[in-house]
Write a protein that binds this ligand. Sequence first.
Ligand SMILES: *[C@@H]1O[C@H](CO)[C@@H](O)[C@H](O)[C@H]1NC(C)=O
Length: 326
Amino acid sequence: MLDAENRNETGITEFILLGLGNPVELQPFLFLLFLVIYLVTITGNLLIIVLIAADQHLHIPMYFFLGNLSCVETCYSSTILPNMLTGLLSVNRTITVRECLSQYYFFGSCVGVETFLLAAMSYDRYLAICRPLFYASLMNREVCLQLIAVAWINGFMANSIIVFLIAQFSFCGPNVIDHYFCDLSPLKKLSCSDPSLFELIVLLLSFIFTIAPFLLTFSSYICIIASIMKIQSTIGRRKAFSTCSSHLMVVCLFYGTLIIVYILPDTPTLRHLNKIFSIFYTILTPLANPLIYTLRNKEVHQALRRGKVSKTCKHRIKLEEKVLPY
Ligand SMILES: *[C@@H]1O[C@H](CO)[C@@H](O)[C@H](O)[C@H]1NC(C)=O
């Protein structure tokens, strides 16, 4: 009753997240599926972080970027998945406006940091492959540290501005979000304030913080692929490509699905498709990254084999040390 009275003055205070829109029978299955995805994502990314911290051989810019990427992806999936999992278990899927905004804030910031880190990583590969003579002078510890700091600061700063602006909006209902997390566009649609200035600012910020890193990543890869094509020997070509193919896969998965989600027109019939593609970049990218790197990357393999991952596998380490005398 009180709520209904409040509604007219201060607007709504809670949203209802509709979730994936799956049939109820599927709920236990989806819960298990996403629980497994979440656990694998967290374990894989933490494994990469520990591995990079523990192994001196991996203390080079490429792996500092990767470690930070794993960090941001741990964060990233933790803003979406726990909430989604509880939503799959319960009937009551309300989320307060404040929770919704903070979910968007952390999610959006992590996406921002991720785009910058992916750009920095592709710039690193560009220097290594296209400017190998200058690599050591252009990509040293200090530059690497600065690029990483810029990524974190920019990601969080841009979204602080956006969330500050949304917090000024009034929401007067309906309060139903047809999505499984609080993304920007459904939030904007529910508000009854005039969004034109907001839209302009978001456009500007997304240009600086998403499209610019994307263009940087894209052009780095054009140069990389062009110079790999020029290599005469097949072995040399394969070797050069192998140092960046893992990263290229992650980039394609992330940007490919992100672009589809934001380009698809938001009509009721396409909304389901939209959610499915959102799953790719919100849930599967953080999962794919550690899988791709641990399964495909030789240096990570070797580090794993050196067995510095955990002290609990001493037995294994001893065995491996006999076989592989590093
Ligand atoms: C993130 O980058 C910094 C700066 O290069 C580095 O010192 C740190 O170890 C990285 N973090 C991880 C988890 O790898």
